[in-house]
Design a protein around this ligand. Structure first.
Ligand SMILES: *Cc1c(COP(=O)(O)O)cnc(C)c1O
Length: 284
């Protein structure tokens, strides 16, 4: 299969890593969000639907990806945005791509199916897409990453929110007969809870959850993490975001320092994109 993103070999503080640059697939339909939407969009077309309805936080990479994908595929889009009314760079772009935003109190936001059926059950063109593009179709798109990696890859790293991307990669490992071990870095506190979701989407148990890299929880950062981003980006020229990919690269750097990973290992880090979401880091 033709690779849709480059594999870039980098040296960083004495480590050799190959970075799968899924962040370069597209500036807005970025990284794993592009992969997750691929088969969702196929299903939308098959079902004859034209209106994407989805869910996310105010800096959600998934909302931006869905808005851009809708515009490019002559579809319309609506998003339930968690929390109070706000303006920011991500939502600004979503609106430019024509997405309608419905700001939703946190309590009501919890029941996505209810929100959808209240407002869209009478719209025959509406199509429900879960938060983050989570689910089977999403995982199926991520499976294809494995077709684009060298067969001798021994360790693969990815950041995890819903665990859909990780599950897809695990299926890809089985499908291609790869020997690679998957290292999953949950960016939320209590990352062990992802195990159940992941195991519901794949039979591959050849993975490790590194649950100590949440830095306080989802979208939380520490001064160390910000310093790491500055160092990594200035030394490699690759931007990483504080919500997902920086936490993953920090885990890789620590495992290398601890002697768990060696330069003879073929380590691939999946850059899952999401760089527009970085703007939430700007001090205001
Ligand atoms: C959404 C996102 C993830 C999390 O993907 P899941 O499939 O939900 O685990 C990881 N990295 C980036 C950059 C993302 O935008």
């Amino acid at each position: 299969m033709r690779s849709i993103s480059p594999l870039q070999h980098i040296s960083f503080n004495g480590m050799h890593i190959s970075v799968k640059r899924d962040d370069m697939i597209d500036p807005f339909i970025s990284g794993n969000k592009w992969r997750k939407l691929k088969y969702i969009l196929e299903d939308v077309k098959k079902a004859g639907k034209t209106h994407l309805v989805t869910f996310g936080g105010a800096y959600s990479n998934h909302l931006l990806a869905t808005a851009a994908a809708a515009a490019r595929n002559s579809l319309t889009s609506t998003a339930f945005v968690r929390g109070e009314v706000v303006e920011n760079e991500v939502l600004f772009l979503c609106k430019l791509f024509g997405m309608e935003l419905i700001f939703t109190p946190r309590d009501a936001y919890k029941d996505k199916k209810a929100l959808y059926s209240e407002q869209f059950s009478h719209d025959p063109k509406a199509y429900f897409i879960d938060e983050g593009g989570a689910g089977k179709e999403g995982a199926r798109g991520c499976e294809e990453i494995l077709d684009e990696l060298p067969v001798d890859t021994s360790h693969i790293f990815c950041a995890a929110g819903t665990g859909t991307t990780a599950a897809g990669i695990l299926n890809g490992i089985i499908g291609t007969g790869s020997k690679a071990h998957l290292h999953i870095v949950p960016v939320l506190k209590g990352g062990d809870r992802l195990r159940e979701t992941i195991e519901s989407l794949t039979l591959n148990r050849n993975f490790t959850l590194h649950t100590n890299y949440h830095f306080g929880g989802y979208a939380k950062t520490t001064p160390d993490l910000i310093l790491f981003i500055q160092e990594f980006t200035s030394k490699t020229g690759i931007l990483i975001d504080q919500i997902y990919t920086a936490k993953m690269f920090m885990a890789i750097a620590d495992l290398h320092k601890a002697g768990v990973l060696h330069n003879t290992d073929k380590v691939v880090a999946i850059h899952t994109g999401g760089l527009i979401g970085m703007f939430s880091m700007v001090n205001r």
